[in-house]
Design a protein. Structure first.
Length: 165
């Protein structure tokens, strides 16, 4: 059974979903969802049912956002179609601070004409930030589509290029 915890986050709130000892989802939400506990925006208090694992994930994401971490080392499970999993695995190979185009990702999964399908797979990415779909850009260098919003995508890419959030 899926459990989750919600934490305050630079871009709203971060919802971390998990089953036992594996993360099954990380996504940004903009409003608090009905939960048993309240979230205090000025604290690190979690809502939902936090665990040592969700606390670890949250700490690592906070370290990343402060420029102190470039990789993540928590257990997660990617759930989706075989095509989506191929795309997400390629995303994980994009080095910190670099970008790839949708076309490059499509070619890397063996279907160079599947640019739009790559975009849809990115949209369904269940493990935001750690599976770095924010590193995928348009062929002309434009920032297109991001489930967390283009402002967040721009901020993450700026952070990875040596800036700060």
């Amino acid at each position: 059974m899926n459990s989750y915890a919600v934490y305050p986050f630079d871009f709203g709130f971060l919802k971390i979903e998990y089953e036992e000892n594996v993360i099954t989802g990380i996504k940004t939400i903009h409003e608090k969802e009905p939960v048993n506990a309240t979230i205090k925006e000025s604290s690190n208090a979690a809502a939902g049912k936090s665990s040592a694992l969700t606390d670890k994930v949250y700490a690592q994401i906070c370290e990343y956002l402060r420029g102190k971490r470039k990789t993540f080392d928590f257990p997660y499970e990617l759930r989706g179609t075989e095509f989506q999993k191929k795309v997400w695995n390629v995303l994980c190979s994009i080095p910190y601070g670099e970008t790839r185009t949708y076309k490059e990702i499509a070619a890397a999964v063996g279907n160079p004409k599947a640019c739009r399908a790559v975009g849809m797979a990115n949209n369904k990415n269940p493990i935001a930030i750690a599976v770095p779909c924010h590193r995928v850009i348009g062929a002309n260098g434009s920032l297109t589509g991001y489930a967390g919003g283009l402002n967040m995508k721009k901020a993450l890419l700026l952070l990875e290029s040596g800036g700060t959030i």
